[in-house]
Structure formats: structure tokens, C-alpha cells
Ligand binder design. Structure first.
Ligand SMILES: Nc1nc2c(ncn2[C@@H]2O[C@H](COP(=O)(O)OP(=O)(O)O)[C@@H](O)[C@H]2O)c(=O)[nH]1
Ligand SMILES: [Mg+2]
Length: 342
């Protein structure tokens, strides 16, 4: 049976009260029991928001692009009642007092005055798995508070990529030509999770070379697609967004986030992907997969905690000693712990 949190609190969050939202975000970030209760009370009101992941190496221009996209989502065609936009900046490499966060704040300063925009930096507080759960929880709170577009900026860092792929409906992978000789996505294999691929900093030298490398990689991944942005080319945009069999083709969009060039194309490509996943029931499949993974993750943690608590320190040390002396294999040790914890 769930203990209920203060219901005026829940009502304030549902009404979009910024202070209440902010407090709830802190609670889930600190992974308190109150945070878990808040999430449970809000859960029936979640599942409506469109989650867009913006991922890529540090310095590729994710924050600048995110701010530009937020501005577009706040404009018509959504008319007099533009959608509310939540921004979650997740950076496990930089503590909250770090320069990157400050930089992001400055870049997003003009958005900060907009009541329909909520910006939150989430810094690392422990393990990566914990951070991805906290990000998912933060997205749920913003969702319940009526933010229908949620932009999640994450640094491409191994495990984190995978979790953004299962959290977001649409994943935008950002590259730039100034990262050295190799394009990062090809090395790290993050092209696989890209629904939309962006080559930002299209104003810099080396953009043609980077573009060729990315197109080759897309070709190899059998998702070749020429969906040209408007920056620096003469070719006509090709409007084929899917293969003949109907699967999504990852477009490559060139942008200059600092002056907004190509950002409208990026925005259109994101909305195309949204339409594609909505039409093909992929939206539903993704949402179900996310919830399944989340429940399994919590279940694993809870089972671990409860078993760990049952094993006596004495017995643990004794069996560990036997393993270290090669008298027991680690497999046998685990079997013994499970059969008889004390
Ligand atoms: N020349 C150029 N610089 C850019 C562009 N986009 C971002 N930057 C700059 O690159 C730096 C890193 O940008 P930021 O958005 O913080 O990257 P993030 O680390 O991926 O979030 C900043 O100094 C930006 O002003 C671009 O399109 N062209
Ligand atoms: Mg950033």
C-alpha cells in the first residue's frame, strides 16, 4: 500500500507550478522515498509527453541546438497555446558547479524568461544507472506538469547512449567537424541509435570531409538517405523518408546552431520521425519497452538490496576467503549464498 504524499503538492505539480516541480525534481534526483511516492502519485498523469534525446560528444553544440529547438517548439504552428517545453541537461562528467553548466545557462538565458520553458541540469550523483533512472523520473515529473515536449541533452558516453535510446522517442545524434580526424559516431557505434543525425558547425573547415564520412557510415548501416539541409550544397532535398519496406531512414542534417541555419530542417526531421513512430505504433512499443526496462531495473535493485541485507557479514567473509584460496568457484559461492544466506 502506498503512503500518499501531500496531495496539495501533487495538485501544484499537475497545475505546472514551477516551485513544486522544482522541489519534486530535487526529491527524485536525491532518490528519496518521498521522491518515489511523488512519482507514484503522478504516474497516472504521465505518458503524454514527446521525449527527444540530443546526444553526442562534449562541444559538438548540443546545448546550443537544444536551445534553438526549444525556441522553435515555442513558436507557431502551435498557435496561441504553444506547447510547454522541458529541458533536461544530463552530464555525468561535470559537477553542477562546473563551467559547462554555467555555459549552458548563459546560452539558454533568453529561454529562462519564458514561463513555458523549464530548464534543469542534472549532474551525476552516483552510478550511471542511477542517473538514467533519475532522468526518466525527472521526465515523468515534467510530463505530469504539462510539458509536452521534453528535450534531454546527454553526453554520449557508452552506457548512457543506450539508456537515452530506450528513454527517448526520437534520438538526435550530434556530430561536428572539429573533433579530430575521426567522426565520433562511427567509432563509438552511436549511429545505431540515431533517428536523426546532425552535422553541426557546418560553418567550419572540414565539413565536406565529415559529411562524406557520415554518409558512408549511413550507407554501411543500410540507412543511406539524402535528406539535405539547406546549408552549403546545391542539391535538391529528397523527400523519401522511409525505405520501400517502410522502415525509417536516418536523415543527415547540417546545421550551424550558433546562427540557426539548418535548425528548421532539423525540427522538420524530428517531427517527421514523430509522425513515423506514431503511425507505425512504434511510439507505443517504445513506451512499453521503457516501462518494462524501468520496472526490471527497480526490481533488480530491490532484489539485490533485500538479498544483500540477508547475507551475514561473517558468512560472506568466510565464503569469500574460500573463493580467494581457490577452494570454491565464484559460481559455487553464489549458489551457497542463495541457498543459505546466514
Ligand atoms: N562555429 C560554430 N560554433 C558552434 C556551433 N554550435 C555551437 N558552437 C560553439 O561550440 C561550443 C560548444 O557548444 P555547446 O552547445 O555548449 O556544446 P555541447 O557541449 O555539445 O552542449 C560553444 O562555444 C558554442 O558557441 C556552430 O554551429 N558553429
Ligand atoms: Mg552541453
Amino acid at each position: 500500500v502506498l503512503k500518499m504524499v501531500n496531495s496539495p503538492d501533487i495538485d501544484s505539480i499537475l497545475a505546472g507550478n514551477r516551485l513544486a516541480v522544482s522541489r519534486a525534481l530535487s526529491r527524485v534526483e536525491d532518490q528519496t522515498e518521498e521522491g518515489a511516492m511523488t512519482l507514484s502519485a503522478l504516474f497516472p498523469f504521465t505518458g503524454k509527453a514527446y521525449l527527444i534525446g540530443i546526444t553526442g560528444s562534449p562541444g559538438t553544440g548540443k546545448s546550443t541546438l537544444t536551445a534553438q529547438l526549444a525556441r522553435l517548439f515555442r513558436k507557431p504552428p502551435f498557435g496561441n497555446d504553444p506547447m510547454k517545453v522541458g529541458i533536461l541537461a544530463v552530464d555525468p562528467t561535470s559537477p553542477f558547479s562546473g563551467g559547462a553548466v554555467l555555459g549552458d545557462r548563459v546560452r539558454m538565458r533568453d529561454l529562462a524568461g519564458d514561463d513555458g520553458v523549464f530548464i534543469r541540469s542534472m549532474a551525476s550523483r552516483g552510478v550511471l544507472g542511477g542517473l538514467s533512472l533519475a532522468t526518466s523520473a525527472a521526465a515523468d515529473i515534467l510530463d505530469a506538469a504539462g510539458f509536452s515536449i521534453i528535450l534531454i541533452e546527454t553526453v554520449g558516453a557508452g552506457q548512457d547512449d543506450v539508456s537515452i535510446a530506450s528513454l527517448a522517442h526520437t534520438v538526435v545524434v550530434v556530430e561536428s567537424p572539429d573533433l579530430g580526424d575521426d567522426i565520433q559516431a562511427i567509432k563509438a557505434g552511436i549511429l545505431e541509435i540515431a533517428d536523426v543525425l546532425v552535422l553541426n558547425k557546418a560553418d567550419l573547415n572540414g565539413v565536406a570531409r565529415a559529411e562524406r564520412a557520415l554518409r558512408n557510415a549511413l550507407d554501411l548501416a543500410d540507412t543511406a538517405h539524402t535528406y539535405y539541409g539547406k546549408v552549403g550544397h546545391q542539391e535538391q532535398p529528397v523527400n523519401t523518408k522511409t525505405t520501400l519496406s517502410g522502415s525509417w531512414l536516418t536523415p543527415l542534417i547540417k546545421t550551424v546552431a550558433t546562427n540557426g541555419e539548418g535548425v528548421q530542417d532539423l525540427y522538420s526531421a524530428i517531427l517527421d520521425h514523430k509522425e513515423y513512430i506514431s503511425k507505425n505504433d512504434i511510439w507505443l512499443v517504445k513506451s512499453e519497452k521503457r516501462l518494462t526496462e524501468e520496472m526490471n531495473h527497480l526490481l533488480r535493485d530491490a532484489l539485490f538490496d533485500s538479498w544483500w541485507g540477508k547475507i551475514s557479514e561473517d558468512r560472506y567473509q568466510r565464503i569469500l576467503g574460500q573463493v580467494l584460496r581457490h577452494e570454491l568457484s565464484p559460481y559455487q559461492a553464489v549458489e551457497m549464498f542463495l541457498k543459505q544466506p546466514k
